[in-house]
Design a protein around this ligand. Structure first.
Ligand code: IPD
Ligand code: CA
Ligand code: CA
Ligand code: CA
Length: 280
């Protein structure tokens, strides 16, 4: 009863504010983090900066919207089972914020300047706001459901490449080396010879934002989580692109094996992965 009535504009404003604040703080810690720990495997890193960023975002969001639910990577036990369970328990909530406090932790640790903060808001399971902030370049990518996607206020549109042969495509090497990595490597072997070139820059969220901005023709990866994809998926859709799972089914919060593209070479990419047994 006492909760103020807030429109989607203030949701977006809070998301932007959180992403910018956290991103700027993260960059003050570049090369200056103090604790590095392993999570699921020796390829799965976390620092106190990941945790601090999530804490900062969580408390800001819950101050503005105390009745909303929150799902952040560092609040969930590591590994695919725990993350599926955490999402399943929350996905039907009225308002659910889905946050990756640093997407690209390995890059952050190595001072490779390609990582981002990713914040999405889902309403009854459907993403309505997506914000990705790259503090290195001070680039802010924002999408609102039905209202388009923007980078620093400039409308984004996906690229025009029609075929794999003309495409610049990205993928990722997942931390799960038992199952997801071998499948993704099969995809790399199949796709690399068919495209103009392949990029593996280490942030799924920024790869998705780059598809939205028309800087990449497409992106795929096996074994991602809701927080890697939720904001980026809305950015790509609102820029005129397409997001599905590797079997071609439309994107939803539970998708782990993703294909995102400008739409034109989408089916060709999905088919190439399927043919190679690299769809997961
Ligand atoms: C990782 C990054 C990376 C991708 C991994 C993700 P994190 O997220 O997005 O590019 O290949 O699969 O787990 O752990 O740095 O937030
Ligand atoms: Ca991680
Ligand atoms: Ca991530
Ligand atoms: Ca992360």
């Amino acid at each position: 009863r006492n909760e103020p009535v807030v429109g989607s504009k203030s949701f977006t404003a809070v998301a932007i504010n959180c992403a910018a604040k956290a991103g700027q703080w993260i960059n003050t810690k570049l090369g200056a983090y103090s604790s590095l720990n392993l999570k699921y495997s020796s390829h799965d890193l976390v620092t106190e900066v990941d945790k601090g960023s999530e804490k900062m975002i969580r408390s800001l969001i819950l101050t503005h919207f105390p009745t909303h639910s929150f799902l952040g990577e560092e609040g969930v036990e590591a590994g695919p089972e725990a993350s599926t369970k955490a999402l399943e328990s929350l996905r039907d909530e009225e308002y659910l914020w889905i946050v990756d406090p640093i997407d690209g932790t390995t890059n952050f640790v190595h001072e490779f300047p390609y990582y981002a903060v990713s914040i999405a808001l889902a309403h009854k399971g459907e993403v309505i706001v997506g914000v990705i902030y790259d503090p290195t370049r001070d680039e802010l990518f924002v999408a609102e459901k039905g209202k388009g996607a923007y980078v620093h206020g400039k409308r984004m549109l996906v690229s025009k490449e029609q075929t794999l042969r003309d495409s610049l495509v990205a993928t990722g090497f997942p931390a799960d080396h038992q199952y997801a990595l071998p499948v993704n490597l099969k995809g790399v072997q199949a796709v690399a010879p068919q495209v103009r070139n392949l990029r593996v820059a280490g942030s799924a969220a920024l790869h998705m934002a780059y598809v939205a901005a028309g800087r990449l023709s497409g992106f795929w990866e096996i074994g991602l989580n809701s927080w890697d994809l939720a904001a980026g998926a809305l950015l790509v859709q609102e820029s005129g692109g397409k997001v599905t799972d590797t079997s071609g089914q439309p994107y939803h919060l539970g998708v782990r094996n993703v294909v995102a593209s400008n739409g034109h070479m989408h089916d060709e990419l999905t088919a190439a992965l399927g043919k190679a047994g690299a769809a997961g």
